[in-house]
Design a protein around this ligand. Structure first.
Ligand SMILES: [Mg+2]
Length: 201
């Protein structure tokens, strides 16, 4: 049986805009005058892997991109917009996590994030009140689905892989967790969360 629940964030606990669950950038062009295709190509494709592994800081990297494209929206404004528009929390999952924690099953976020959004999730969105902690790529120096991501978590917890249960919406992260000896479930949002955890603990 598993002893720890590891929760992916984006696509599981959080899905897009608080108002409608759409992607955070759905109205980015109307709201900030920034083209998402440009942002994907010139920023995310070039810098994101380094940022998410903690080797590069989000704000200065984004500011450089904006400056080079002569876009006068400050990087801070883009990041504030992004984080606010990517913050619809699944309350059912939080409620179920509370039940697990009451039953002495620790719940952690296990997620690919840069330092700023990890901090936003825990402190601004106050997820720190609902989980026991967060393991995130920029802090671990390695991202899912690399095997070291999973290994660093069990090392830090002093747990064995068989005690871990991951819920993640990205299949390759789930497969990598299973390769690492974890139990893992591919979340597709079609099944009640309570059913997914029912027989695992
Ligand atoms: Mg995800």
């Amino acid at each position: 049986m598993a002893r720890y629940l590891m929760l992916d964030v984006d696509g599981v606990l959080i899905t897009g805009r608080p108002s409608d669950g759409r992607a955070w950038h759905f109205e980015l062009s109307e709201d900030l005058g920034i083209d998402i295709e440009w942002l994907r190509r010139d920023f995310f494709k070039v810098f994101w892997q380094e940022i998410v592994m903690g080797r590069l800081d989000l704000l200065p990297a984004l500011q450089t991109c904006l400056d080079q494209a002569n876009i006068d929206t400050p990087a801070q404004r883009v990041v504030d917009y992004w984080f606010a528009m990517d913050s619809k929390v699944n309350q059912e999952i939080l409620d179920q996590c509370q039940g697990l924690r009451t039953a002495k099953i620790p719940v952690y976020l296990a997620t690919n994030q840069d330092h700023l959004r990890a901090n936003y999730l825990m402190n601004d969105l106050n997820l720190s009140a609902h989980v026991d902690g967060i393991f995130y790529s920029a802090e671990l120096g390695v991202a899912k689905p690399h095997p070291d991501f999973y290994q660093s978590i069990t090392d830090r917890l002093g747990a064995s892989p068989a005690e871990m249960f991951l819920i993640d919406d990205t299949l390759k992260n789930v497969s990598a967790a299973q390769q690492a000896g974890w139990e893992a479930h591919h979340w597709q949002g079609t099944q009640p969360f309570v059913d997914v955890i029912a027989t695992r603990f």
